[in-house]
Design a binder for this molecule. Sequence first.
Ligand SMILES: Cc1cc2nc3c(=O)[nH]c(=O)nc-3n(C[C@H](O)[C@H](O)[C@H](O)COP(=O)(O)OP(=O)(O)OC[C@H]3O[C@@H](n4cnc5c(N)ncnc54)[C@H](O)[C@@H]3O)c2cc1C
Length: 396
Amino acid sequence: MKLGFSPADEEFRQELLAFLKDNTPPQLGRGRDWLGDDDDVDADGIMVIPKWARDWQAKLFDSGWMIPGYPPALGGRDCTPTQTLIYLEEMARHGIPRSLHFGGYAIVAPSLLEFGNDQQKAMVPAAIRGDTIWCIGMSEPNAGSDLAALSTRAIDDGDSFIVNGQKVWTSYAMLAAKCFCYVRTDPNVPKHKGISVLIIDVDSPGIEVRPLRHMSRRAEFAEVFFSDVVVPKENLVGELNDGWRITMGSLAHERGALWVEGVMAASRAIDDVVTLAQELGLDEDANVRRKVAELAMEVRSLRALGYKGFASFSQGSSAPEHSYMKVAVAEVRKRIYELAMDLQGEDGPITDPRYAASGARWQRSWMTGLASTIGGGTSEIQRNVIATRVLGLPRS
Ligand SMILES: Cc1cc2nc3c(=O)[nH]c(=O)nc-3n(C[C@H](O)[C@H](O)[C@H](O)COP(=O)(O)OP(=O)(O)OC[C@H]3O[C@@H](n4cnc5c(N)ncnc54)[C@H](O)[C@@H]3O)c2cc1C
C-alpha cells in the first residue's frame, strides 16, 4: 500500500503555494491563531472588515482558490476532495484565513445550494466572494445548547411573515447585510417540527443590533432584536417548518472543515511552544519536555483521525469523528496555550497586549481557544452527542 499524495496532487499544492507567495496580503500569513489584529476593529473595539480583507477574499474567489472543490462560478476549480484537504491544510499551516467572516461561505452558501430555490441559489456567489456579509441567527437567550427551544416567532401575514424576538451571540451581525435566521413558525407541534429558516435583511425596519464585547474587549458578535419585522414569504428557505433539517446541515458544514484549521493551528502552537521553551532556557527541563511531547503526540493523532473523518465525509457518509474532533481539537489547543502561559511564569497571567510578553500572543490564543470550546456547540454537548450517537449509550 502506498500512502502519499499523487504527482497531480503535489502539482496542485505547488500551484497553491505559488499563488499564496505572490498574492497573500502582508497583514496575513503571520500565523494568526489569536483574536485578530488592531486593523480589524474600530476605535471602540467593534469588528470591521478592512479593505485588504475584502480584496483578498474577492481575489481568492476570482482565482478559483476560495472553495477549490466548487466550480469556477462559485469561486473554485472543481478539485478533488484530497486536493481540498491539501488546500485547507496549506492555508492553515501558513496561518492564512480566507475571510474574516466565515458564516457566508462556510454555512450559508452550502445550505442555500442544498435547500434554496433558484433565486436564493443566485445569492451564493456573493456570499462566497464576501460581497454580501451574512450572519447566522440561531442562538437565543434561552436557546443555545438546546437550539430547538428557540422562540423568535414568525407569524404568517399573507405575503409576508412578521418576526418578533431576539437572537444573541450573532457573529458579524453589526457588519452583515443578511441574516440566515431560524424562527418558530408553528408553536403547536413538537419543538423540532415548528422551525423554519428565513433570509432577513439586517437593515429592515424593526431590527436593532447591539454589539457584545467578549473578554478580549473586542466586539465580534451582537444581540439582535426583532420588533414586527416584515419578511417577504419568498425569503423562506426550504419548506415551512422543515428548518431543523437545515440546522443540522448548517452545523455539519460548520464542523466539516473546521478541524483542519484547528489541528494545524495546534501544530503551529506546538512549534511555538518549543521555541518559547528554548528562549526561556526551559528546553532541558524533563518535565517541560514530557508535557510538550505529550501534547505533540495528541495533535498528531488528531490529525490522523481527522483524515479518517474527512474520507467518510467526502464520500457522503456521516463522520462521527467530526464531533470528536470538535471537542478534542478545542480542548488540546486550550491546553497548549495554558502550558505556554505556565512556562511564561509571572508573565503568564498578563493579558493586556501593552504589557504582556510577546504582545499577549499566548493569552489571546487562549481566549480564542476557549471560545472554540463553546461556539458551534459546546464541548459538553459534543460529548453528549458522542455518548449517545457514536457510542450508543442511553440518554441520561
Ligand atoms: C465565538 C462564538 C461565536 C458564536 N457565533 C454564533 C453565531 O454566529 N450565531 C449563533 O446563533 N450563535 C453563535 N454562538 C453561540 C453558540 O452557538 C452558543 O454559545 C452555544 O451553542 C452554547 O449556548 P449558550 O451560550 O446558550 O450556553 P448554554 O446552552 O446555556 O450552556 C451553558 C453551559 O451548560 C452546559 N450545558 C447545557 N446543556 C447541557 C447538557 N444537556 N448537558 C451537559 N451540559 C450542558 C453547556 O455546555 C455550557 O457549559 C457563538 C458562540 C461563540 C463562543
